[in-house]
Design a protein around this ligand. Structure first.
Ligand code: UGA
Length: 423
């Protein structure tokens, strides 16, 4: 099939590469010329496990990136993967989405074949039908009989996105007609997973609800973890016992610093705003955010309890990324921790296997180190802020510290008796 993906960001690029890998002919429309160049040379502009191999195998054959909307008349399915960043009040900004709809419409004005426009960006329920559909019909001058509309949310985790694409728990396709849904189904013909078809609005809501539920599991574990800490109980023992219940399941019950990244904080806030706009009080969702916002300061308070006032203390930070296997620091819980430490006059050395360059955009003057051992040299205390698997192997390096006070914000070290923010 001929597929056009609008937006070569995280979701767009990974999806486009995987569509090409499935055997489709894929064009990525991207506004950033540097990204276009990199993609067309087979160089991934972002780090994602396995992406480079797919780009190398498909670029120049079945995958191409371009800046403008030319030669798209023969596209079967368009996927809109542009950003929907949060506005000041937390609601989603739909400017890029409506621009993409206008541009696709103009590009397919004269096209004769049946085409489907599929929104993959995370958007509030109703958006595809109230923003994309009318904008696109207007600019294309075509009728609803000749264009179908779908919403196909993505459930890809950064760092594991290619694997998530190839082995999804489910594929959700919401559509306005059976023909539209059937065409998008064909795109995924090579992927084996339960296929759930819904209304467009339900598909949009499934995405927000899934992310909010997962975020709720994390905040729930953190609330229980904070209590366990006071009671001298290890929350990981508790959640292990709880997670064996198949109605609960063991995943996403890891207590710690809370959730960061470009998705959970943004999507929970957007759902809160949506509820409020509809005169519903989102009690649970607001608590999910409140618990999450409190976790970074918990680790700083614990540190103060252990080593006293932080002024001029040397704190070694291991891990800056919002989670392991990514160089992404967006909304990373390490940011509020660093902010609080600096405010209290601490001196920081920091090490991350991948995210140092990204964190320099937030804190250019932090004392970044090349190895964990260098960061630990002479430190009064160490905070572990990301669950990097390589931290499991750290052992004798801790002997380089002045005083061996170690607190985990993410439970990852393999040393015995290490305390954590809530265990
Ligand atoms: C999340 C969802 O997991 C994906 O399904 C979804 O497609 C994606 O958002 C999105 O909307 O695009 P992602 O943000 O990449 O994926 O990362 P996760 O692996 O879900 O982790 C999010 C945060 O939660 C991280 O900071 C992680 O450390 C934290 N976390 C995760 C916990 O604190 N405890 C856990 O048990 C699990």
């Amino acid at each position: 099939m001929k597929i056009t993906v609008v937006g070569g960001g995280y979701v767009g690029l990974v999806s486009a590469a995987c569509f090409a890998d499935l055997g489709h002919n894929v064009t990525i429309i991207e506004i950033d010329n540097q990204k276009i160049d990199e993609i067309n040379k087979g160089i991934p502009p972002i780090y994602e496990d396995g992406l480079e191999e797919i780009l190398k195998a498909t670029v120049g054959k079945s995958l191409v990136s371009q800046a403008d909307y030319h030669d798209l008349e023969d596209t079967d399915v368009f996927f809109i993967c542009v950003g929907t960043p949060p506005q000041d009040d937390g609601s989603a900004n739909l400017t890029y989405l409506s621009q993409a709809a206008e541009s696709i419409g103009t590009a397919i004005r004269g096209a004769k074949k049946y085409q489907v426009i599929t929104v993959k960006s995370t958007v509030p329920p109703g958006t595809t039908e109230s923003v994309v559909l009318p904008g696109l019909l207007r600019s294309s001058g075509r009728t609803e009989e000749s264009i179908g509309f779908c919403m196909n949310p993505e459930f890809l985790r950064e760092g594991r996105a290619i694997d998530d694409f190839k082995n999804p728990d489910r594929i959700v396709i919401g559509g306005n007609t059976n023909d539209a849904i059937a065409l998008v189904k064909q795109v995924y013909a090579g992927v084996s997973a339960p296929l759930i078809t819904t209304s467009i609005k339900a598909a949009e809501m499934i995405k927000y609800t899934s992310n909010s539920f997962l975020a709720m599991k994390i905040s729930f574990s953190n609330e229980i973890g904070n209590l366990c800490k006071k009671l001298g109980i290890n929350v990981y023992e508790v959640m292990n016992g709880v997670g064996y219940d198949h109605r609960i399941n063991p995943h996403f019950l890891n207590a710690g610093l809370g959730f960061g990244g470009s998705c959970f904080p943004k999507d929970v806030m957007a759902l809160i705003r949506l509820a409020e706009k509809n005169n519903e009080e989102p009690i649970l969702l607001k608590s999910v955010i409140t618990v999450n916002e409190g976790q970074p300061e918990k680790i700083v308070s614990l540190l103060t309890e252990r080593i006293g006032a932080l002024s001029d203390k040397h704190i070694a930070i291991l891990g800056l990324a919002f989670k392991d296997n990514t160089d992404d620091v967006r909304d990373s819980r390490s940011i509020p921790v660093i902010q609080s430490l600096l405010k209290k006059g601490a001196k920081i050395t920091a090490y991350d296997p991948m995210a140092t360059e990204s964190m320099k955009r937030y804190y250019p003057n932090l004392n970044y180190k090349q190895t964990a051992g260098e960061a630990l040299e002479g430190a009064d205390a160490c905070l572990v802020l990301t669950e990097w698997p390589e931290f499991k192997a750290i052992d004798s390096e801790f002997n380089r510290m002045k005083t061996k006070v170690i607190i985990e914000g993410r439970r990852i070290l393999s040393l015995d008796g290490i305390e954590g923010v809530c265990w």
